[in-house]
Design a protein around this ligand. Structure first.
Ligand SMILES: Cc1ncc(COP(=O)(O)O)c(C=O)c1O
Length: 377
């Protein structure tokens, strides 16, 4: 037996590779196109804000106590303080990650130490399964439709050995939101020895008055971990930073699986400025709502089916196999995300971009969809 055929590596081979959105530079290289529109990774095209950029430049060109030659503040004290202030939590309830993906991995590593299983609905963010399995756990996908999150199916999929449950709210890639009543039932009925991750990466795109924030349950449930990211509405995807909010004792334990200096200095200072930037957040939310309304109207014109309407993206179902539509759009310089790997063979996910980007999308997509007789369902 060689190293790569031993038991661990054999298991690793069975775990699917995460396929990210195709980068602009790669498409330019491969197709020799100048003008590319990327609507593939749910980034915010409007930012980051000027205040955030200025803070990053200041830090990058910084002095003795804030420069690129120094390790960052390992526990992100200043950023965590800013988040705690804005959100009304204790500092000790906040943990930072190199993107919220890293927090998902840390949570899985902690919860599945010694084995067990993790549960998530079908058609959820791929990292839930990958994190579970690379932590040595068994991954259970419970039945789910692209149109709704089924709390009973999640609760029903839980096994005796289940240690972690994941819920994206809104869910990526379906754009479906679980309303407060369903969320309350999940939070209250899930066994309290199971870690419940509520991933709120797209929460800030929803109306703050009505969004069912899982953090409101933190006082009654200590097995709950609520995740946010700076990659989406704050437009800091390149810097890789996100945070989790949970019970003091849970966060203190999770610290044991966090690598020292896991979030870098530029990310910390940028996020610190972003946390205070209410105006940019409101601006981005408003542009996203406009883009979504325009998209839904256009999709109806082309008799296309969309799933949920939350987040900064739309899941579009067509008569064409996803890889085919993806390739047709790519030829026109428009990158979307084909969803066949998420058990959605005829769906592509389209990030809501600037008006000119959406015009480029429809200019490329409309003839293809109309030609295919898009009126699916
Ligand atoms: C539902 C969901 N959670 C988490 C993430 C991870 O974001 P990041 O690692 O950039 O914070 C994403 C990214 O697309 C996502 O869609």
């Amino acid at each position: 037996m060689t190293l790569l055929s031993n038991h661990a590596f054999e298991q690793l081979r069975q775990i699917p590779l995460y396929v990210p959105g195709k980068p602009i530079q790669e498409v330019q290289r491969e197709l020799g196109l100048e003008s590319i529109v990327k609507l593939a990774s749910n980034e915010n095209p409007w930012g980051p804000s000027e205040a955030v950029k200025a803070r990053v430049i200041k830090a990058a060109t910084g002095s003795q106590d804030e420069g690129l030659g120094l390790y960052p503040v390992s526990d992100g004290f200043y950023l965590r303080s800013a988040i705690a202030r804005r959100r009304g939590f204790n500092l000790g309830q906040i943990m930072l990650g190199n993107g919220s993906s890293e927090i998902i991995e840390m949570a899985a590593k902690a919860a599945l130490l010694g084995g067990g299983s993790g549960v998530a609905p079908r058609h959820s963010f791929a990292i839930y399964g990958i994190a579970t399995r690379t932590a040595g756990g068994r991954f259970i996908e419970c039945p789910s439709s692209p149109a709704a999150i089924d709390v009973d199916a999640i609760l029903g999929a839980v096994q005796l050995d289940t240690r972690i449950v994941y819920l994206g709210n809104p869910n990526n890639p379906t754009g479906v939101l679980l309303e407060r009543e369903g969320l309350a039932r999940l939070v209250r009925e899930l066994r309290d020895d199971i870690l419940l991750i509520v991933d709120q990466a797209y929460a800030e795109y929803e109306d703050p008055e009505t969004y069912p924030d899982a953090a409101t349950f933190l006082d009654e449930r200590s097995n709950l971990l609520v995740l946010h990211t700076f990659s989406k509405i704050h437009s800091l995807a390149a810097l890789r930073i996100g945070y989790a909010v949970g019970h003091l004792k849970l966060i203190a334990l999770l610290e044991r699986v966090r690598s020292p200096f896991n979030t870098n200095m530029l990310a910390q200072v940028a996020a610190e400025a972003a946390v205070e930037d209410y105006a940019f957040e409101a601006f981005s939310r408003a542009r996203n709502t406009e883009a979504r309304q325009a998209f839904l109207a256009e999709a109806a014109n082309h008799r296309c089916q969309v799933s949920g309407v939350a987040g900064n993206f739309v899941l579009l179902e067509s008569a064409l196999p996803a890889p085919e539509l993806f390739k047709d759009l790519l030829k026109a310089g428009v990158i979307v995300r084909p969803m066949q790997g998420y058990d959605l063979p005829n769906h592509v996910r389209v990030t809501l971009g600037k008006p000119e980007e959406m015009r480029a999308f429809w200019a490329a997509a409309a003839p293809v969809l109309d030609n295919a007789g898009c009126g699916c369902r």
